[in-house]
Design a protein around this ligand. Structure first.
Ligand SMILES: Cc1cc2nc3c(=O)[nH]c(=O)nc-3n(C[C@H](O)[C@H](O)[C@H](O)COP(=O)(O)OP(=O)(O)OC[C@H]3O[C@@H](n4cnc5c(N)ncnc54)[C@H](O)[C@@H]3O)c2cc1C
Length: 460
């Protein structure tokens, strides 16, 4: 017997049509990792949330990350011990409880321009004390596998996950527990009236407008958070900053480093990662202040910066061998001259039932969601216990026909929703992309729109 609950284009239509009938406990704006995590936890607590996402779920920053579930060795260098400890706790929990999160061995390189070996050893000992799961750090000499400026490396364990898939699992899990989740539905105006929020939303597929009503609003719009605060007439927070990071993708048979690598760029001393997946290898990332959350371009100078930074480690990489790239905008909250100096921690700001999340990391999404759930419950005057809840009540493990399953239970509307954010083929297995696209078209015909609507990230 199938225990899933239908979550498809048809249920979406029905949910949109009956939107005005319910006053939701929380209207969550933003279907990235934070919004989906909040929807998941609130519905597990027996509250009634509505999740609104203007594009597809996970189409914002939550599919544009480095895909690390980690404590952040770099944050130790900045003295952020508590943040690292919290992140490691979350990493360990997800490693033990999520089928999407898997361990990965990293090599952290030492040599000219990089960290000194004693500093790395100390950092890794601290990392082990704070998060366990690692052995005492041992130094290995570079025996020619890396550039001549690299003396050697230490190994350590962290984890990776397909960020978009993690969001989708959270959304489906939230839907299963009673949350209404609507992709391609944009919040356009927010009014507060008689203790209730009235949000005008637009169905981005039909263009029709609907009204959603909520006792609270959770602003989980990531880099668009200040825009949403503006809709509610709240003041922009100066400490809220945006930074863009890009990644380049190579086929693994061209760039295969075996283990994932972490090293400092010889150009400016920033940390760079090279992370092999099954078929491709990711190289990233950059960290550049931007003003606009839609500034998702992939500038040539940032591409050059990544290629040049990697050259000293793995040799010259041919620009022509870049098979894909993507860009994401970090929502950051804190102070710093450069984006790298700004804390990766989050803050929750509450204003009479309007709750905004500013900053945060994918790794930390459960901690953020718990904080937001407590804040929401406090405003609603209900008692909740947020500890010990199951991570996600959803799995694809036993499904026999993945595409039919996705169409019926994960609500994709466009082919890119499947390729980019449900199976990940578009990113992680580009050679299979066309084949998969044909299969989806054949199977679903008119039930699936081609590509994705305008105004999306310029992944290539
Ligand atoms: C380059 C880069 C690398 C990173 N690497 C890592 C990493 O390795 N590990 C890690 O833990 N973290 C990493 N991060 C951080 C992490 O990706 C982000 O903190 C996280 O994805 C933010 O999630 P979010 O849900 O807040 O925002 P988003 O994922 O952007 O979600 C917000 C959503 O709100 C929607 N929205 C906006 N306006 C409206 C509206 N009016 N109506 C409805 N919906 C709306 C948007 O479409 C968007 O989907 C990285 C970030 C970047 C940019």
């Amino acid at each position: 017997m199938n225990m899933e609950k239908e979550f498809s284009a048809s249920t979406r239509e029905r949910d949109l049509d009956s939107l005005g009938e319910t006053v939701f406990d929380a209207v969550i704006i933003g279907g990235g990792i934070i919004g989906s995590g909040c929807a998941s936890i609130l519905s597990q607590l027996g509250l009634k949330p509505l999740l609104l996402e203007k594009n597809d779920f996970a189409s914002g920053t939550s599919s544009g990350s480095s895909k690390l579930i980690h404590g952040g060795i770099r944050y130790l260098d900045q003295g952020k011990l508590l943040l690292t400890r919290n992140l490691l706790k979350e990493r360990n929990y997800l490693l033990e409880n999520s089928e999407l999160v898997r361990p990965v061995e990293f090599r952290i390189l030492t040599g000219s321009g990089s960290w000194k070996p004693w500093k790395i050893r100390l950092g890794l000992i601290l990392y082990r004390i704070l998060g366990g799961k690692n052995k005492f750090p041992v130094f290995f000499k570079n025996t020619g596998e890396y550039g001549s400026g690299i003396d050697g490396y230490f190994t350590y364990m962290d984890a990776v996950a397909d960020d978009a898939e993690l969001v989708i699992y959270n959304v489906v899990s939230a839907h299963k527990s009673g949350s209404i989740c609507l992709n391609y539905t944009r919040a356009e105006t927010i009014e507060r009236d008689d203790g209730e929020f009235r949000i005008e939303v637009r169905d981005m597929v039909s263009g029709k407008k609907h009204i959603a009503r909520g006792r609270t609003v959770i602003n989980a719009a990531g880099p668009w958070a200040s825009e949403i605060m503006g809709l509610a007439g709240l003041q922009f927070r100066e400490k809220f900053r945006l930074s863009r990071g890009i990644h380049l993708i190579f086929m693994r048979d061209y760039l295969d480093t075996g283990s994932a690598l972490a090293f400092k760029s010889k150009i400016d001393g920033r940390q760079i990662f090279i992370i092999p997946w099954e078929h491709v290898t990711l190289l990233g990332t950059t960290d550049t202040f931007v003003e606009d959350p839609d500034q998702l371009s992939i500038p040539e100078n940032e591409v050059e910066y990544l290629l040049e930074s990697a050259k000293y480690v793995v040799g010259k990489l041919d620009r022509e061998k870049v098979v894909g790239s993507y860009s994401g905008i970090r929502p950051l909250y804190g102070e710093g001259e450069t984006p790298g100096e700004i804390s990766r921690d989050f803050t929750v700001v509450s204003d009479k039932g309007f709750i905004s999340v500013l900053g945060g990391k994918i790794t930390d999404y459960r901690r953020v969601s718990r904080r937001v759930a407590l804040e929401t419950a406090k405003y609603l005057g209900v008692q909740v216990r947020v500890k010990g809840l199951p991570v996600i009540d959803y799995s694809r493990k036993n499904c026999s026909d993945i595409y039919r399953h996705i169409l019926k239970y994960e609500c994709p509307l466009y082919t890119e929703d499947v390729l980019r954010r449900r199976t990940g083929t578009g990113l992680f297995n580009p050679e299979k992309r066309d084949e998969e696209m044909m299969k989806i078209r054949e199977l679903f015909g008119k039930n699936m729109k081609d590509g994705e609507p305008d105004g999306k990230r310029p992944d290539s």
